[in-house]
Design a protein around this ligand. Structure first.
Ligand SMILES: Cc1cc2nc3c(=O)[nH]c(=O)nc-3n(C[C@H](O)[C@H](O)[C@H](O)COP(=O)(O)OP(=O)(O)OC[C@H]3O[C@@H](n4cnc5c(N)ncnc54)[C@H](O)[C@@H]3O)c2cc1C
Ligand code: SF4
Length: 325
């Protein structure tokens, strides 16, 4: 058994300093990912800095109708917050469709955004995996890749990003607020997730010691009409094969505004900008929805077992848009 140290500081500056000065330290929030990965030997941290004493547990109002989600607010609390349900139903639904009730009661918003991929080769601790052990290769390329990504892939990694919440957040241009050794900064959630390219071990731009303190959902009237649909192999405890966060404004039969993001198909939460551009100003018809979905998926790169995701994603997007209109 590897020795493991634990600290539970009462202020953010101490938490940041403890992690910054030790390259093998990590923050601990709900522990539902971190403890799992330590136990199976994929994470090898030797110091856990528990951040649960820090004051980031609330959902707060922002000027202009937006909401600030504290990084330590629990998934269940945010999902059932009346303001989130009314202004961003897709965010509430995405949270409720993730994990199980017990996990959601423990798991935090910041931890959800930083969870690691569910690729079996990453998690088995021994297969070739550029994300876990850079330079060793990617066993999924020619392996069992049914659950893997078709958009944003590289020859070094094809794992899907697993967070449902992040898909809803990317549709609404949420902003991640971070504090760290160099001060504070704000990162658009779309920039927070990196494509694998040739550095798949880097999933987000956080430096050692940088701590997420909040996620802002900017005020957006369209958010109140949003929905999140998740297609998976079974009805609970399952990650998405395809998911869609969507909101649509239609007047006089024409699409005026649309927000669309996809999960389960991309190596990052996938903002469907090609489809959005196709749809804006187009007639609000099934043909438009199908054309936009096909355009978004036209860059898909499939592997031996995951080609089914392309028609599944196309059909799901078209169905969700038709229901949201
Ligand atoms: C059986 C099972 C099923 C699941 N199904 C789903 C699902 O369908 N959809 C889904 O979205 N998720 C799913 N999850 C993942 C779950 O949502 C995450 O485990 C959880 O959200 C992580 O939150 P946490 O607070 O427990 O994070 P922790 O485990 O404490 O931390 C996770 C990582 O984030 C880092 N971290 C935590 N907080 C911060 C912070 N504030 N700033 C910087 N870094 C931080 C930690 O150092 C660690 O590396 C599932 C998990 C399990 C075990
Ligand atoms: S897909 Fe990514 S996470 Fe999975 S084995 Fe390949 S490099 Fe590792």
């Amino acid at each position: 058994m590897r020795p493991l140290s634990y600290a539970r500081p009462h202020d953010a500056a101490t938490a940041v300093a403890l992690v910054e000065r030790n390259p093998t330290a990590a923050f601990l929030a709900g522990g539902t990912t971190e403890v799992d990965l330590l136990r199976i030997g994929v994470h090898r941290h030797d110091l856990l800095v528990d951040i649960n004493e820090l004051p980031y547990r609330e959902v707060e109002e922002l000027p202009g109708g937006g909401l600030r989600l504290g990084a330590l607010s629990r998934m269940s609390d945010v999902a059932r917050d009346e303001r989130v349900m009314a202004r961003y139903p897709a965010v509430s639904q995405a949270l409720l469709l993730g994990a199980s009730e017990q996990l959601r009661n423990m798991a935090s918003i910041g931890g959800n955004l930083c969870q690691r991929v569910r690729c079996g080769y990453f998690r088995d601790g021994i297969s070739a995996c550029n994300k876990r052990d850079p330079g060793t290769g990617c066993a999924a390329l020619e392996g069992v890749n049914r659950g893997h990504a078709v958009l944003g892939t590289s020859e070094h990694c094809i794992a899907t990003h697993p967070s449902d919440l992040a898909v809803a957040l990317v549709a609404f241009d949420a902003v991640v607020h971070v504090i760290g050794p160099g001060g504070s900064r704000a990162i658009a959630v779309d920039d927070f997730y990196l494509l694998p390219n040739d550095t798949p071990q880097r999933e987000h731009p956080l430096r050692q010691g940088e701590l997420i303190v909040a996620v802002d959902l900017p005020g957006a009237v369209i958010g109140a009409r949003s929905t999140y649909v998740k297609i998976r192999d079974r009805q609970s405890y399952e990650f998405a094969l395809v998911s869609v966060a969507a909101a649509l404004t239609v007047s006089e039969g024409v699409v005026r505004e649309v927000r669309l993001a996809l999960g389960g198909v991309g190596t990052k939460p996938w903002r469907a900008r090609i489809a959005e551009a196709e749809l804006t100003g187009a007639p609000a018809t099934p043909e438009s929805y199908e054309r936009a979905a096909a355009a978004e998926l036209s860059a898909a790169q499939v592997r031996r077992y995951n080609a089914f995701k392309v028609p599944l994603a196309r059909r799901t997007i078209a169905r969700v848009l038709a229901g949201a209109a």
